[in-house]
Design a protein around this ligand. Structure first.
Ligand code: NAD
Length: 257
């Protein structure tokens, strides 16, 4: 899959799934804008790509702040040209039920996981309408099912599917495809942070491995590969789709749509 002369914006591109997508787009010829709050990680990813002869630029952006998102995407379009691809991978997880989640946690999770995707799409869509474009939102199996004690996260990811489907309908006639991927457990810093909250992190990781029918968790590249496919013209008839990338997890528990 070639992405020469394509301009891609990736939120959460400093780490994990977003970072793997950034690397794949750049390797295939895209110019990539990396938006993230992690300055060290983001700068490192962009510098690595430039060193290898690719084109990438890091923007220190909090996706929960619409003005920061718009500024970065506007700058990237001036530098590289109109935006063709948006991947929204920036996300956080917080623990709690409907009774124990604080107002602050709720706002933080919804602002980043849901509003952040909307702000980025809102800034990219004007470049895509009529000329074509692809948006891929990184949701979760928790967009289609739930686990205990992840109330705000589950709500944010379910809503991200609604955002995906609604935008897919509104812009299908203008050449913009909008899809979502729903990963199972992926070996990224987010997973290791979550495991570190448990008194016995190795047993949490083992339980994650064991619950996937495939018998292991995903590498970030295995999710990014699906993201990159959905962003490419090869997926030209795919829009409004919700793709599980979960090693069979939702099939096992009967939640696959
Ligand atoms: P990660 O922590 O490695 O990457 C997330 C990135 O988002 C980080 O670079 C972080 O700095 C960035 N980020 C967080 N808040 C931000 C903000 N306000 N503004 C800009 N950037 C921000 O985690 P990951 O596992 O690669 O997660 C990527 C996406 O995949 C997330 O949306 C997550 O919910 C989803 N996901 C992850 C898993 C998993 O098991 N790791 C499973 C399903 C879905």
């Amino acid at each position: 899959m070639e992405f020469s002369n394509r301009v891609a914006v990736v939120t959460g591109g400093a780490s994990g799934i977003g970072r793997a997508a950034v690397e794949m787009f750049a390797m295939r010829g895209a110019k990539v804008a990396v938006l993230d709050v992690d300055e060290a990680g983001g700068a490192e990813v962009a510098a690595g790509i430039v060193k290898r002869g690719g084109e990438a630029r890091f923007y220190r952006v909090d996706v929960a702040r619409a003005a920061e998102v718009e500024r970065a995407i506007h700058d990237a379009s001036e530098r590289y040209g109109p935006i063709d691809i948006l991947v929204t991978s920036a996300g956080i997880q917080r623990y709690g039920t409907a009774l124990t989640t604080s107002d602050e946690q709720w706002a933080e999770v919804l602002n980043i996981n849901l509003n952040g995707a909307w702000y980025a799409a809102r800034a990219c869509l004007p470049f895509m309408r009529g000329r074509g474009g692809a948006i891929v939102n990184v949701a979760s199996v928790q967009a289609l099912a739930s686990q205990r004690n992840v109330f705000a996260y589950t709500v944010s990811k379910h809503a991200l599917i609604g955002l995906t489907r609604s935008m897919a309908m509104d812009f299908a006639g203008e050449g913009v495809r909008v899809n979502a991927v729903c990963p199972g457990t992926v070996d990224t810093p987010m997973l290791h942070w979550a495991a570190s909250l448990d008194p016995d992190p190795p047993s949490v990781l083992e339980a994650c491995r064991a619950m996937h029918p495939i018998g292991r968790i995903a590498r970030p590249e295995e999710v990014a590969a699906v993201v990159v496919f959905l962003a490419h013209e090869s997926a030209s008839f795919v829009t409004g789709a919700v793709w599980t990338v979960d090693g069979g997890l939702l099939t096992l528990i009967g939640g696959a749509p």
